[in-house]
Structures are given as structure tokens and as C-alpha cells.
Design a protein. Structure first.
Length: 608
């Protein structure tokens, strides 16, 4: 949530700041601002609304000349969206300016103390406390002032700071909010995420918790919270910059839907070797895998729905008991930690605040941590014992598609690996499943060919008030993600239910014309799901069914049928989700909404 950029170098800063903020729009925001040192003063411009308002206000940055500055896209937490509450924030004299991502939990106490000392506040934000607190501790040594502030504040933060008295530097610091530093021959940069700086450099440094960095146009210095120098190694980003561009698509979401075959292929191919599954980064011996007694999967949002599928797949193949927990609830239920438990944290960004907190809690209790993440060098990746990366590339749209599919593929690999080591599958079963896994990317491409057919169907339901998704087993996990995709980008009420629970209350909501999306891909549960479809049809529902090729008889019951290629029942989520993604996309598009940036949502939830 929120986006931070900073630049110091030979070029004009404002256009670079605006460009970086544009590449962070996916993180979610309601206002934006930049501050630039013009050689005499720090000049600032900020506005509520989309970034284009700020671009027009500054004439694409031309009205703010200068070669060092910081910028921000704000997601309102303390104080409503407004020009005044937008970042950056000054101290009273305008000599220190701050941008901040995160939440200062003790800001009210700090604010009261500062007010008692004569400081006046213009905004409702917690961030303005930081600007005045820096002013309070500043005695011509920016680093010392930042250290003092870091010792005083509680909560999470990534900070970009500019001091008028030290225009040859910009400063940054972090605790529990992501921050990346980039180095190039034309200058140095800070950002909340790598895409903001890909246009200028591929050489980046990941800032650890409670670290500070001082940037000049040609030098980087890193320090810990006590001001002691820290040595850091750079990472080279190998993403193609085109991966963070729309590439001719109207929206990133559609582009990323069509990138799913590549994301799945890139995730599985390096781990399929000589008729075997080889996951070197797993870091576990065969004996350690055999000793696993329980798996805890912890995640948020779509990643938690990946976990729901993974539970069926891991238990079904490897016969290991699996629990799935929402990260936002995990710590607060005082979980029971048992010996030989593997905790798996799933996160696209690797910065999800609740998931990171769950990781730390599990690790503190002695659990082994495996992270399934997409962003190399992210906080979760660095703090886990081992990392299984999903090679989906940058995902820009708020609504996840290709990262979700890559996460599913990662768990298929894990399940097959664990199954073979533990001897729960015969060699013939293992090789059949392995071949089915290899075919998934091509099968997804077949489903993407249904794009226009699904668009025509979606256009019929633009005025719907609510929809229901039903399924059993893995189909229920698919239904959860399908309902989430629809609600988050179209703002239509949509809910997923286990089909067997319909008669326990939910069926009372079915009336004439209600759209029900029925998932029927699990062969062992197919007949029971058909009975549930009949139940809702008899109450007036219009049914869209998603099932496997060959089930022609379903056309006598359902009003509209989408067939997916045949695969093992463990893998059907990877196929059935594709038409549901396209359906949600075209409903949103037909309603004239911003598909990539749905209201009130952010791509990376870095605060609790």
C-alpha cells in the first residue's frame, strides 16, 4: 500500500519521480505528491485523485526544477483523502520533508508531546508527526535525527526524507514496509518496489528492517539503527522492462491473464528434470520430508485460496495433514505448534504485513518456514528458511491472475515431490501426474481462445445484483477465487459456497434469474454437484457450469456450459479459473470500471 520514490542525480528529478509513481499505481492510492530541492528551497506539489492530476498540476514536472526529490502515492489511513493529507509532509519551517508508507502506532502520544512543545499540525496524518519529530531532534546531523526518530516510533514505516540543509543527500529508512534502493550512473533511487526504477537501473539493494540509507548522486551508504555502517550486496533484476508495460493490451489484468501459460511454464519447467521433480531451493533432505507430520499454510486473499486447493492436493497425493489459516487471524488464535510441522507462507509480493507477522510468529516457535513468493529479495523471502519462487514476473493489476496460477503450479510441484519421497504414489501414478502437469500451460492457452465467447456471456450480466459460485472439494476452492475476482473488480456482490451446504441456509437466497456459477470438475463429486445444480435450477437460477470435456449431459441442466480440457482432478483449478478470470474482467470492463485499480484496494497490503 502507498508508493514511495526518490531520486538524486544529474537529471531533473520531478519527471523521474512522476514516472516512478506511475509504475507504482497498482499499489493503490487516493492522492499523490512530490517534493524537489530547486537549489534554494524545497518546492512541493500534491493533489487528491489520480496521478494525472498531479502531472497536469506540475506540467509533467516542469514547474518543479531540481535534481533531487521524493514522491508518494497515498492510501488514506489517518485522515480522509485530501490535498492537505497527501504526502509529502513538511516540518514547520519547510526545511525537512518526509514521505511515509506504513502506520505509526504511537503517533497520538507523539503528536500530543510535540504539540506541548509548540509544534502545529496542518494535517490529520500520522506522517506529519515524523516531520516534526525529525525537526525536534535535528542538530545539523540528519543521520543522528533519523536514528532518534526510529528509536521513538512504533509501528511500520518506509521513509524517504529530504533535508534542505543537506541537499546533496536524500535519506531512506524502513521497518516492516518494503523499500528498495537502485544505483545507476545517472543517479540513485529509492522505491517501494522494483518496477518504479526498472527504466533507470537493474542494480538494486534491498533494505533490511531498521536500516538507513544515505544517497548522493554517485554514492550509497547503509547504516543500522545505531548509525553503524552496514555492508550490502546488490541484486541484479533480470525482468524484461516490457513485462511491466501493457504491451498493447487495454489493461494489465488482461495481459496478465494471457501471460499465465508462460508463468506456469516458467515455474514448473526448471524443476522437471529426468522424469523427476527437483526443487533444490527446498533445502530439505528426503529424510526431513518423510518426517513432516503436519503442514500449516498461511496466507491472505487469493493466496489463501491457493492454500485451500493445496490442502486437497497435498493431503490427496502426499497424505500429510494440512491446515490453512488466514494470516490476519493466525497469530491471534494462539496456534498450537507441534514438532515436525512445516509452515508455508504464500505471498505474491513477499511483503504482505499479516503474512510476514505470521512467519515471524511461527519461526519464533521453532517451525520450519517455506515461503512461496514471486518477488526475489522480498521480506518474506529473506526471513524464511527456504524459498520456492514462482516465476510469474511483475504482476501490476491489483487483481491477481498469473501469480495465483504460478502459486498453484508451485504447490503441484511440492505435492509431487513429497509424494515420491514419502512413497504415497506409485511410479506409474507419479509419472502420469507429472505428464499432466507439463500439459497445463498448453491447456490454459486453449481456454484463452474462449475469450470472445466469455465476453459475450459477461455482457448479459452487467446489471446483475448478486451471483453465487458453488462447488465441492477443489471446486469449492475454485469458487472462492472466482467469486473474489468478480467482486473485487466489478463491485458486484458474489459469494462462494460449498454446494453441499446450500440447503443449510444459502438456497433461500436463490430466486428467479439469480446467476449461479457451478464448478463440476471433480469426477468423484460430479454426480453430487449435478444434484445441487438441479436444486438451484428448480428455484429459478440461471446456471453457468464449468466442467470437463465429455460431460455433455450437463447441457440438459445448465443454461450455459464451459468445458475445460481433461486433466487430473488435482490440477483442475489451473484450468477452471481461467474462464472465471475472463468473466470477471469483461463484467468490469462492460461496467466502465478501472479494471487494474479497483476502488479501496491495493496490490500489496503492507499494513495490518
Amino acid at each position: 500500500m502507498c508508493g514511495i520514490v526518490g531520486y538524486i542525480g544529474e537529471q531533473q528529478a520531478a519527471p523521474i519521480l512522476l514516472s516512478g509513481l506511475a509504475r507504482l499505481e497498482y499499489r493503490g492510492y487516493d492522492s499523490a505528491g512530490i517534493a524537489v530541492y530547486d537549489g534554494t528551497e524545497i518546492q512541493m506539489a500534491k493533489s487528491m485523485g489520480r496521478l494525472k492530476v498531479l502531472e497536469e498540476l506540475t506540467h509533467q514536472g516542469e514547474t518543479l526544477p531540481g535534481c533531487s526529490g521524493i514522491g508518494h502515492t497515498r492510501w488514506a489511513t489517518h485522515g480522509c483523502p485530501s490535498d492537505t493529507n497527501a504526502h509529502p509532509h513538511f516540518n514547520q519551517s519547510g526545511s525537512i520533508v518526509v514521505v511515509h508508507n506504513g502506520i505509526i502506532e504511537n503517533y497520538a502520544k507523539l503528536k500530543k508531546n510535540l504539540q506541548n512543545k509548540g509544534y502545529e499540525f496542518l494535517s490529520e496524518t500520522d506522517t506529519e508527526v515524523l516531520a516534526h519529530l525529525l525537526d525536534h531532534y535535528y542538530t545539523d546531523d540528519p543521520l543522528a535525527a533519523i536514528e532518534q526518530v526510529m528509536h521513538r516510533v512504533e509501528g511500520s514505516y518506509a521513509l524517504g526524507i529530504l533535508f534542505k540543509d543537506h541537499p546533496q543527500h536524500i535519506y531512506a529508512a524502513r521497518k516492516d514496509s518494503p523499500l528498495v534502493v537502485g544505483h545507476s550512473r545517472e543517479g540513485n533511487l529509492i522505491a517501494s518496489d522494483v518496477p518504479a526504477m526498472l527504466q533507470y537501473t537493474r542494480k538494486v539493494y534491498y533494505i533490511e528492517n531498521e536500516e538507513i540509507v544515505r544517497l548522493s548522486k554517485d554514492q550509497l551508504n547503509f547504516y543500522n539503527i545505531d548509525g553503524e555502517p552496514v555492508e550490502k550486496e546488490s541484486t541484479t533484476i533480470d525482468w524484461d522492462i516490457d513485462a511491466a508495460e501493457k504491451g498493447g493490451y487495454e489493461y494489465f489484468m488482461l495481459k496478465e491473464i494471457f501471460e499465465q501459460p508462460k508463468a506456469i511454464r516458467d515455474t514448473i519447467s526448471p524443476r522437471l528434470k529426468d522424469d523427476d521433480i527437483v526443487i533444490q531451493e527446498l533445502g530439505m533432505t528426503d529424510e526431513e520430508i518423510r518426517q513432516i507430520k503436519r503442514i500449516m499454510i498461511v496466507a491472505c486473499g487469493s493466496a489463501s485460496y491457493v492454500g485451500q486447493t493445496a490442502r486437497y492436493v497435498l493431503e490427496g497425493m502426499a497424505r500429510i495433514p494440512v491446515e490453512v489459516d488466514l494470516a490476519s487471524e493466525y497469530r491471534y488464535r494462539n496456534p498450537i505448534y507441534e514438532e515436525n510441522t512445516l509452515t508455508i507462507i504464500i505471498s505474491q509480493s513477499g511483503e504482505t504485513a499479516d503474512s510476514l507477522a505470521a512467519l515471524r510468529d511461527a519461526k519464533a516457535h521453532g517451525s520450519r518456514i517455506l515461503a512461496v513468493v514471486n518477488v526475489v529479495g522480498s521480506s518474506i523471502a529473506r526471513e524464511a528458511d527456504n524459498v520456492l519462487y514462482t516465476w510469474a514476473g511483475p504482476e501490476i493489476s491489483v487483481a491477481t491472475t498469473k501469480a495465483y496460477s504460478a502459486q498453484l503450479a508451485a504447490f503441484y510441484l511440492l505435492a509431487l515431490k513429497f509424494s515420491k519421497v514419502r512413497g504415497t504414489l506409485s511410479e506409474e501414478e507419479f509419472q502420469t501426474l507429472r505428464r499432466d502437469l507439463e500439459q497445463i500451460p498448453e491447456q490454459v492457452e486453449v481456454l484463452l481462445g474462449m475469450q470472445q465467447k466469455i465476453q459475450r456471456f459477461a455482457n448479459r450480466y452487467l446489471a446483475a445484483d448478486h451471483m453465487f459460485f458453488i462447488g465441492r472439494g477443489i471446486d469449492y476452492a475454485i469458487a472462492l477465487e472466482g467469486a473474489l475476482k468478480l467482486k473485487e473488480i466489478s463491485y458486484l456482490h458474489s459469494e462462494a459456497y460449498t454446494a453441499g451446504e446450500l440447503k443449510h441456509g444459502t438456497i433461500s437466497l436463490i430466486e428467479e434469474g439469480t446467476l449461479v456459477v457451478a464448478l463440476a470438475t471433480q469426477e468423484a463429486l460430479y454426480a453430487k454437484t449435478i444434484s445441487n445444480i438441479v436444486e438451484v435450477k428448480s428455484r429459478g437460477a440461471f446456471v453457468m457450469a464449468v466442467t470437463n470435456f465429455g460431460h455433455k449431459e450437463i447441457e440438459k441442466i445448465a443454461d450455459y456450459v464451459i468445458y475445460i480440457p481433461k486433466t487430473n482432478s488435482f490440477f483442475t483449478n489451473s484450468l477452471a479459473i481461467v474462464p472465471l478470470q475472463l468473466f470477471a474482467y469483461y463484467v468490469s470492463l462492460g461496467k466502465g470500471l478501472d479494471v487494474d485499480k479497483p476502488r479501496n484496494l491495493a496490490k500489496s497490503v503492507t499494513v495490518e
